[in-house]
Design a protein around this ligand. Structure first.
Ligand SMILES: [Zn+2]
Length: 133
């Protein structure tokens, strides 16, 4: 098994461990430093191990996964509620709008942390595809 060549080398950390740290909004490398300042703004470097975090760009992956998870969950529950009680539409809206908002608020930073962890594990950094000659 290859040995890590630097303290930030992902070879010494399993994907499961890195993703777990990302889900806790912690640095995927050390698990100590926090990933974000504010809601979703990535810190430029880890405060504990100095891993440069600013090069990892999650782009649209976190919202995609959040929509995938929340959409399937809420549609299933809304259909189950409709089938069991047939409530009026205003009651559906009154129930599901805050549920969706809360789930998105809770899941989005965690999913973004997990995506950053996967990007770190596979060393997928933001690179200029057309560097100056
Ligand atoms: Zn760290």
């Amino acid at each position: 098994m290859p040995q890590p060549s630097s303290p930030h080398d992902p070879l010494g950390t399993s994907l499961i461990t890195a993703v777990g740290r990302g889900l806790r909004r912690r640095c995927p490398c050390c698990g100590q430093g926090i990933l974000f300042h504010g809601f979703l703004s990535l810190n430029s470097a880890c405060s504990a191990c100095a891993l440069p975090l600013g090069h990892f760009r999650a782009d649209d992956a976190p919202p995609y996964f959040v929509i995938l998870i929340v959409g399937h969950l809420v549609v299933f529950l809304a259909f189950a509620l409709e089938r069991a009680y047939s409530p009026p539409l205003w009651l559906h809206a009154a129930i599901w709008a805050p549920v969706i908002g809360t789930l998105v608020y809770l899941l989005l930073p965690r999913i973004k942390g997990a995506v950053i962890a996967v990007l770190w594990k596979f060393q997928t950094r933001d690179q200029d595809p057309y560097p100056d000659p």
